[in-house]
Design a binder for this molecule. Structure first.
Ligand code: ATP
Ligand code: MG
Length: 419
């Protein structure tokens, strides 16, 4: 037990960390370009927030939450997704009083108790964006454009954008009834889970991957046929904006998303590189969520993407990222006097934003040079009694093998110029 991590968790390091960092850098850059600001909310919240914000009928709330009572008898849950905490912060910090829309993004760990398998963990991570305060199709278009832009910049080009509209609450209610009426004739042919969904959340049945259910659903009525004029126009305007930005999409009436709170637009980016768990990014509009969480009615649109699944896709395309971060210089030493001078110099260089390593293992000169090579140092130098006496240190360019003799005081300046 002592040296086994809990089931469904993962350590992030090495080449995986390199890819992770590339992803984070890309996300930061693109969100900044789109005018989204980062938010970090706590890892845990009151359980009630997720019950309301994610929805009582979802698998997440019913089966997958890491919940516990703390020492003060509070019901606490480790966040199973990113949106609810951001909504809570938006309301609690009164961000609605700022110029609207409020545009936020997050990168957060998320926790779900489910059976671990390829691409499915108990602690995983999500990147997501939330745009609060606009019900216009242009807001949906901006959020989708951000996702498309990000995937392109990560090199994930073999994806298809599937998009659908579920309509507003009225259309959804009407469609729920039509769908239920249709399903009532076939209820015995559904899988046990979907039989349960029939009463509480029939829309979710459309999401079921079970073959029996799929067969029934072939002829099911579709949400798009129940849209009222306003919802229809909203969807069409969104598609026109996507066309204008040359963002390709497939209108896919089967996309419903698992969560209860979606209204109107729903979308998924589906990768063809990673097999069954192909959804790399999913989102939509949720105009009822903020009200559900205790705020006044506020429209919202956003998406979430699983970071591990994005990385899996990046690695399926590009292989693992073995690029090591390089050091500017390895500065070794021999002898006690040289050691002090070297440590002072190393510190000075680091204060000048130059990456330096020195010997922490009492290695021989030969072994120090070998180590300098191994860590990919761009320059190297060894300081000994001679160097101190003559105040002259030989700096070697590890790539070109060129050498230059410098006074100790000149090294920082030289390294800054050659960074
Ligand atoms: P799935 O159908 O795969 O269970 P989901 O509908 O539960 O997905 P969402 O709640 O929409 O997924 O979460 C958004 C994203 O988070 C998913 O598209 C996926 O990339 C990722 N994700 C969800 N659960 C896990 C998990 N257990 N491990 C790793 N990534 C996950
Ligand atoms: Mg799930």
């Amino acid at each position: 037990m002592l040296t086994n991590a809990p089931r469904g968790t993962k350590d992030i390091y090495g080449s995986y960390m390199n890819t992770w960092k590339k992803l984070e850098d890309t996300v930061n850059e693109i969100c900044t370009n789109f005018g989204f600001n980062e938010i970090r909310t706590p890892i845990f919240e009151h359980t009630e927030l997720f019950q309301r914000g994610v929805g009582e009928t979802t698998d997440i709330v019913q089966k997958e939450m890491y919940s516990f009572t703390d020492k003060g008898d509070r019901n606490i849950t480790l966040k199973p997704e990113g949106t609810a905490g951001v909504v809570r912060a938006y309301l609690e910090r009164k961000m609605y009083a700022d110029a609207q829309p409020t545009k936020l993004f997050y990168i957060t760990p998320a926790f779900r108790y489910e059976r671990p398998q390829a691409g499915r963990y108990r602690q995983f991570h999500q990147f997501g964006v939330e745009l609060f305060g606009s019900d216009k199709p242009s807001a949906d278009a901006e959020v989708i454009a951000l996702a498309a832009n990000m995937l392109k910049n990560l090199g994930i080009t073999n994806v298809e954008l599937h998009i659908n509209s579920l309509g507003g609450p009225e259309c959804r209610k009407k469609y729920n009834n039509t769908l239920k009426e249709f399903l009532s004739k076939n209820i015995d042919s559904l899988c046990p889970t979907c039989m349960e969904r029939y009463e509480k959340n029939p829309l979710r049945i459309l999401d079921c991957k079970n073959e029996k259910c799929q067969a029934v659903l072939k002829d099911a009525p579709l949400a798009k046929d129940e849209l009222d004029t306003e919802c229809k126009e909203h969807f069409e305007e969104l598609l026109r904006l996507l066309d204008a930005m040359e963002i390709q999409y497939v209108v896919d009436p089967w996309i419903v998303r698992g969560l209860d709170y979606y209204t109107r637009t729903v979308f998924e980016f589906i990768s063809k590189d990673i097999g069954a768990q192909g959804t790399v990014c999913g989102g939509g509009r949720y105009d009822k969520l903020i009200e559900e969480c205790g705020g006044s009615p506020t429209p919202a649109v956003g998406f979430g993407a699983g970071i591990e699944r994005l990385i899996m896709t990046m690695e399926a395309i590009n292989g693992s990222n073995e690029d090591k971060p390089t050091r500017d210089i390895y500065l070794g030493y021999v002898g006690e006097n040289a050691k002090k001078t070297t440590f002072a110099l190393v510190n000075e260089l680091r204060n000048n934003n130059i990456s330096v390593e020195t010997d922490l293992m009492s290695r021989s000169v030969k072994a120090q040079m070998k180590y300098a090579n191994k860590i990919g140092a761009r320059y190297s130098a060894i300081i000994g009694d001679n160097e101190l006496e003559e105040n002259s240190v030989r700096i070697k360019n590890m790539e070109t093998r060129e050498q230059i003799d410098l006074n100790i005081e000149e090294i920082a300046k030289y390294m800054k110029e050659n960074k």
